[in-house]
Design a protein around this ligand. Structure first.
Ligand SMILES: [Zn+2]
Length: 242
């Protein structure tokens, strides 16, 4: 385990290891997370690894969100942060070696490090409201695959996405927001509800990456990269393939 993470967890354990039942529960939470998030780089297939890391997060997230005690909710949330992977700062200063890339929404709750127990230096990210495949984003992902040899691109929509809701609605938008929702509207199917539209939009954006980038299409065809559409449910914390 990286030294910085061990120290953070030890500090957390000392902070919560009081005589109260709540303190013991949170110390146990941190201990379990510490065991479950032992390593910072993928052990085998990166998508399987990502889902495994998300399972660890979502179980704690659900315990936190379902607690009737606001202090306990915050303590478990803190335990999730403290148990996340932390790469040595000197290694980070030398360069980046991310093991996955994401095209995801700008929504402030949809922070990929958080849901995968990851720290800085692990996930290469392109984020835009509605997670559409726009040119600069596609070019950034081309760089991630070609130069950084990232083996996985996850295109991730999320529950209750405001950008997709705006694309489905009739409220007037600024000209630039009209541009932003155009590819989301192109992905909509008749009678979609919001969740179906969000998932369809993730699949559409993933397909656009390959359609519009010969470089990514070739990398996918040769097995160099996997492009995976996905959905993050904020309430449960669960990420799933779509
Ligand atoms: Zn969103």
């Amino acid at each position: 385990m990286p030294v910085s993470r061990r120290h953070a967890l030890q500090a957390l354990g000392l902070a919560v290891a009081g005589s109260t039942a709540m303190g013991q529960a949170v110390a146990q939470e941190a201990q379990k997370l510490r065991q479950d998030l032992e390593a910072c780089s993928p052990d085998g297939d990166p998508w399987t690894w990502m889902l495994k890391r998300n399972q660890v997060f979502s179980k704690s997230w659900q315990r936190s969100i379902q607690s009737s005690n606001p202090k306990e909710r915050m303590q478990i949330k803190q335990a999730i942060f403290d148990a996340s992977c932390h790469i040595d700062p000197q290694a980070l200063a030398q360069g980046q070696r991310p093991w996955a890339a994401l095209l995801s929404c700008a929504d402030a709750r949809v922070a990929p490090e958080w849901m995968f127990g990851a720290g800085s230096g692990e996930l290469f990210q392109v984020r835009v409201a509605g997670n559409s495949a726009f040119n600069d984003g596609i070019a950034s992902l081309e760089f991630a695959v070609a130069a950084l040899e990232v083996p996985l691109i996850v295109v991730m929509g999320h529950s209750r996405c405001g950008a997709v809701a705006a694309a489905m609605g009739t409220d007037p938008l600024t000209p630039l927001l009209e541009d932003l929702v155009q590819p989301i509207r192109a992905s909509l199917q008749p009678n979609d509800d919001l969740t179906q539209a969000i998932q369809g939009n993730a699949r559409y954006a993933a397909a656009q990456l390959v359609k519009r980038s010969p470089s990514l299409a070739e990398a996918q065809a040769s097995g160099k990269v996997r492009i995976q559409p996905a959905f993050f449910d904020i309430q449960s914390g669960v990420v799933s393939a779509v």
